[in-house]
Design a protein around this ligand. Structure first.
Ligand code: ADP
Ligand code: MG
Ligand code: ZN
Length: 552
């Protein structure tokens, strides 16, 4: 179906081309004069018409005595020919428009089939040319200096620089160099920028294309562009191949979009085709990791994933500083305040904010960008089309207590768990959150441990209720409830840990009990909870060491 659609596109194109050619041919050079029917007869009578060609088309075609072409409406009356002949005008009859289109159609069909055949053999010459159109293959000028991202993200990118610069070094040790790296995260967080900066930093050529480029044109072009891209990188002796917005070609396969599938297959084939020491790294970026075809994320493909999340306070400040470099900020102006007011802004939105402020300063003709410019820009940006979501102070407070609740209960009731991070900035995996890891080698859990896990899951909601009252609780805890319910159900059902033997009743009892325990524990450690939440409000993100220091 979709395959046909592409060919239909080509077909329609040629049909239109045929018509255009026909129309031009019709005019035979100069455009013919249009005569009204009475005018025509008048001229015929005065001998100004040399010959007339009649058909069943819309017009009669006349050649005037001075050699000029003229048209007149076909009256579709029977006696015209006779009258003209009587006036000594040459008359020919022709089923016009019947013959030439047939010839053209034949030609077009021929081309159509040739293209179709060559497609199955690989890309035709025409497609090759198309594929060669463009790929930005210079070494980009930007480096990691121009990007402000989380420390761990930057570290992962630095590793890639080493791989690019010394591919032989790693392969000599038998180390497997990453072939494919997937950057994922919300729009405007600097994924494209990072990919470019990686090439710039490693002084490697950059071969970039966007997934959207691949899907618009004819079947086979996407695949051929991919092959072309890899060919160029090999010729250059390595570099960064970047496929932006890979979701456009890498979506989970629905019932066969042929073009996308071919492009995807070409990509996978190329990726398995180059060796570790080739000095090629393939980078891709997506806003939606969850929609990608599993084949893309498998071992040996895009098996290294780097999250590029929304910036937290510290990162926002860095981004603002990067973009303020070439702007005349008033000396007293504090970007920290701006960073503080821009929770949930992406890097792109921060850049827009500063730019808007600069525009306002320029309009004023002021010497510096002043605080008022920033304030005005802030208003403009937050009512605009792609406006950042504003997190109100109350929302921030609720989120902070929610996450602090999780972290505190986890720390107190599951001491062997490692809390790696707590944040009030939502990640691409879902809500704001805390990430913890429990040693995976544990197979059996005691009833007490299972209860503790339910408590930790419910602790976010418990803290919200405790601090803000039951009316203020938010909808942000759906995932928490799901997890708690699953554990409770397993306890009641599989592990026989319920009291009544009625599965549902037991599950409910367990949940109620866990909620009570969580609240009690939080109440008991209210001071710690306040401290944690307070720190989260100030810093937005707490790392493992910070948490350890706070909850000794
Ligand atoms: P993405 O590809 O993630 O959608 P982009 O890389 O296209 O985001 O970012 C758009 C612009 O926003 C960049 O060109 C840059 O000016 C700014 N920007 C976004 N993130 C950052 C960042 N982390 N550091 C510096 N600038 C950023
Ligand atoms: Mg991008
Ligand atoms: Zn939660």
């Amino acid at each position: 179906m979709s395959k046909w659609k592409n060919w239909k596109g080509i077909f329609v194109f040629f049909m239109v081309a045929t018509l255009v050619v026909l129309c031009l041919a019709d005019g035979a050079g100069s455009s013919p004069r249009m005569l009204s029917y009475p005018e025509f007869w008048q001229m015929a009578e005065t001998g100004e018409i040399q010959s007339v060609r009649m058909g069943d088309g819309e017009n009669w075609h006349a050649v005037l005595s001075d050699g000029q072409m003229a048209l007149t409406p076909n009256p579709r009356a029977l006696d015209g020919k006779e009258r003209l002949l009587a006036m000594n005008v040459q008359v020919t009859e022709q089923q016009e428009s019947a013959v030439p289109p047939l010839v053209f159609m034949g030609l077009m069909l021929g081309i159509f089939f040739i293209m179709m055949r060559s497609r199955s053999k690989g890309a035709s010459m025409g497609l090759q040319k198309y594929a060669a159109v463009q790929a930005d293959e210079r070494v980009p000028e930007i480096t990691f200096n121009d990007v402000a991202v989380a420390g761990e993200t930057l570290q992962s990118m630095r590793d890639l620089v080493d791989f690019l610069q010394k591919p032989d070094h790693f392969s000599r040790y038998g180390a497997r160099v990453p072939k494919g790296v997937m950057l994922y995260g919300p729009p405007g967080t600097g994924k494209t920028l990072l990919a470019k900066a990686l090439a710039g930093e490693a002084k490697a050529p950059f071969f970039a294309m966007s997934g959207a480029d691949f899907v618009q044109v004819y079947v086979g072009v996407g695949a051929s562009r991919i092959r072309e891209l890899f060919k160029k990188a090999r010729k250059a002796g390595g570099g960064v191949i970047f496929i932006d917005e890979i979701d456009a070609i890498g979506k989970k396969r629905d019932n066969g979009n042929d073009e996308r599938e071919q492009t995807l297959n070409a990509l996978l084939t190329e990726m398995s085709g180059f060796s570790d020491s080739s000095g090629i790294i393939v980078l891709a970026a997506t806003n939606r990791l969850d929609t990608l075809d599993a084949a893309l994320l498998r071992e040996g493909r895009f098996d290294r994933r780097i999250e590029v999340g929304l910036p937290d306070l510290e990162e926002r400040l860095k981004i603002l500083q990067v973009h303020a470099r070439k702007k005349p900020l008033a000396p007293h102006l504090s970007l920290e305040d701006t960073a503080r007011q821009t929770t949930l802004f992406s890097g792109a939105q921060l850049e827009t904010l500063l730019n808007e402020a600069a525009i306002r300063a320029a309009r004023r003709g002021g010497e510096h960008i002043e605080e008022q410019d920033l304030k005005n820009a802030f208003c403009a940006v937050t009512v605009g089309e792609e406006r950042p979501r504003i997190m109100t102070e109350q929302e921030k407070r609720i989120t902070a207590y929610h996450e602090a609740g999780h972290a505190l209960i986890t720390r107190l009731m599951i001491p062997e768990a490692k809390i790696t991070r707590v944040t009030i900035i939502p990640s691409s995996r879902g809500a704001a959150g805390y990430s913890m890891s429990i040693q995976p080698d544990k197979m059996l859990h005691t009833r007490k441990e299972l209860m503790a896990m339910i408590c930790a899951a419910l602790a976010g909601r418990a803290a919200e209720e405790m601090i803000f009252g039951p009316d203020q609780v938010t909808s942000g805890a759906a995932g928490d409830w799901k997890k708690a319910r699953e554990i409770a159900l397993a306890m009641a059902d599989e592990f026989g840990m319920g009291e009544t033997g009625d599965k549902e009743k037991d599950q409910r009892q367990i949940l109620v009990k866990a909620m009570e325990m969580a609240k009690e524990c939080l109440l008991h450690h209210r001071e710690l909870l306040d401290q944690l939440a307070g720190q989260l409000l100030i810093r937005e993100t707490l790392e493992e060491e910070d948490i350890q220091a706070l909850i000794a």
